[in-house]
Design a protein around this ligand. Structure first.
Ligand code: PLP
Length: 479
């Protein structure tokens, strides 16, 4: 009987039962469980069969693959049971990088999550009355304290929390403007990364969009003329990620508020990032503060939890009590509410503001880092790297970015570590840095790899230097 050469190759592959008796595979089963290992064995064998079928392997190649099968299985198991979501080092200098998870959490927020999430908590249980409570109370008390108007101490602004700011904008419009119109300036019809478009959100909320003015100029009279019987909301949207400069005009917030009051129409402002602390102190202007808007008389403001606030992903609605009450009563509020992990992280973050402990919030600490302190760290790393003959290291001027749609024009002067490695292109360096156990995300500019240590935690500086040294050594020709 004759058989095809391919059939001979298939017969060289051991069976699953045989492989499951290999010592390395037995060890993998006791470590990661039988189902994961069997799946890995099947995946590895399938891959080999596919390669044989497409004539990619000859007999010696199949024999070599079989000899290292248990090794390949072990690698496959590790990959399948390893985490997909992993920490990275952010050396981009973009502090609130949406693709890298936006704001890193404060230590106290992490502790508060662990402390409450491992067991039960009083999330919706009133310990005083022994009855059902509201989950909002844990953070509402802190928001009220932070936005208290000293001029009008009785004037408090309640806050409710939903999943993100997109949900907050939707809830505000759906509650206040469904079936009617919301007037918005054409210059504020923004699209934010990840295709969040104000016009789309408005449509889904059943509010009709009434655009007024032009892209660069909108006057208060434009809003005034557009008001009709069906007008429900005057909407203001912060231009998070772009600027209109030159021949541009926008009514002052106070004018919009005065118009809303005169016509009895609520003013809603989507602040986007929304600053709690006064960013002027760190030289950043143009970023609207939450308290400022409330004091100016805006009825409802919405903002994100993981942008300038520096906390977990969340969207806040803060404003006049009667409006916030109506939004909480919206039956879809239940679908947008956040879990105990978010409340735990948010409460800890807000407490840091209440205590004035801004440096415990990583995003704020990074914004406040001086150029000198960043320079000192970059110089130290450069000195270390120069001991490696394949590496050219320089420290140059650069600019960090706040990101997350905050202060699009505000950049922070920084110092960049600029690297080239002999015989390795900048793109190759970046690729190798991504494949590390702890990946490092850097930028390429004019053929050099740039590291902005502003967004790197100081204890990670060493990991960058040693990764680059290892990379240069492995790239060096063998002598
Ligand atoms: C970022 C941003 C949003 C979306 O906020 P998420 O919390 O990401 O949903 C909405 N509006 C503005 C103006 C923003 O800057």
């Amino acid at each position: 009987m004759t058989s095809s050469p391919k059939a001979d190759l298939y017969r060289k592959l051991p069976g699953i039962d045989e492989l499951l008796r290999e010592p390395e595979v037995v060890a993998a089963i006791s470590r990661d469980g039988r189902p994961a290992v069997i799946a890995a064995v099947r995946a590895v064998l399938d891959r080999l069969r596919t390669q044989i079928a497409s004539s990619h392997l000859d007999a010696p190649a199949v024999e070599a693959a079989v000899a290292s099968l248990s090794h390949a299985i072990e690698r496959e198991v590790r990959r399948s049971v390893g985490y997909s979501l992993r920490p990275v080092i952010n050396a981009t200098g973009v502090i609130l990088h949406t693709n890298l998870g936006r704001a890193p959490l404060a230590q106290s927020a992490l502790e508060q999550i662990a402390h409450n999430a491992a067991g039960y908590s009083n999330l919706e249980f009133d310990l005083q009355t022994g009855e059902r409570g509201e989950r909002d109370v844990h953070v509402d008390r802190l928001f009220q304290q932070l936005f208290r108007d000293e001029g009008q101490p009785d004037h408090t602004f309640p806050t409710i929390v939903v999943n993100n700011n997109a949900a907050a904008v939707w809830l505000a419009l759906n509650t206040l403007a469904a079936g009617g119109e919301a007037i918005v300036s054409r210059g504020e019809l923004v699209e934010i990364g990840g295709s969040f478009r104000i016009p789309d959100v408005m449509q889904q909320s059943n509010a009709r969009l009434r655009e007024v003015g032009t892209t660069n100029r909108t006057r208060i009279s434009d809003y005034e003329q557009a008001i009709n019987k069906t007008t429900r909301v005057l909407l203001r949207v912060h231009r998070s990620n772009f600027q209109i400069t030159g021949f541009a005009e926008q009514p002052a917030l106070e004018e919009l508020v005065a118009l809303g009051r005169a016509r009895d129409i609520p003013v809603v402002e989507d602040l986007g990032s929304g600053a709690i602390s006064d960013l002027h102190l760190i030289g950043i202007s143009g970023e609207p503060g939450i308290a400022e808007s409330l004091r100016a008389g805006v009825d409802v403001v919405t903002y994100s939890g993981d942008k300038l606030l520096g906390g977990p992903q969340a969207g806040m609605l803060t404003g006049r009590a009667e409006f916030i009450r109506r939004m909480r009563a919206n039956s879809l509020f239940r679908a947008l509410r956040v879990d105990k992990l978010t409340y735990a992280a948010l409460e800890a973050t807000l407490l840091a503001y209440v205590k004035g402990d801004h440096d415990s919030i990583p995003a704020l600490r990074m914004m406040r880092l001086s150029q000198d302190s960043i320079d000192a760290r970059a110089q130290a790393a450069a000195r270390q790297l120069r001991s490696c003959p394949e590496i050219e290291a320089a420290v140059i001027e650069g600019e960090s970015v706040i990101g997350g749609g905050a202060a699009p024009s505000a950049t922070l002067p920084t110092r960049l570590l600029a690297i080239t490695i002999k015989d390795v292109s900048a793109d190759q360096v970046v690729e190798r840095l991504h494949s590390l156990e702890l990946p490092i995300i850097a930028r390429v500019h004019e053929g050099r790899v740039m590291f902005d240590l502003r967004t790197v935690f100081p204890e990670q500086d060493e990991a960058i230097a040693s990764a680059l040294r290892a990379l240069a050594n492995s790239a060096a020709p063998v002598k």
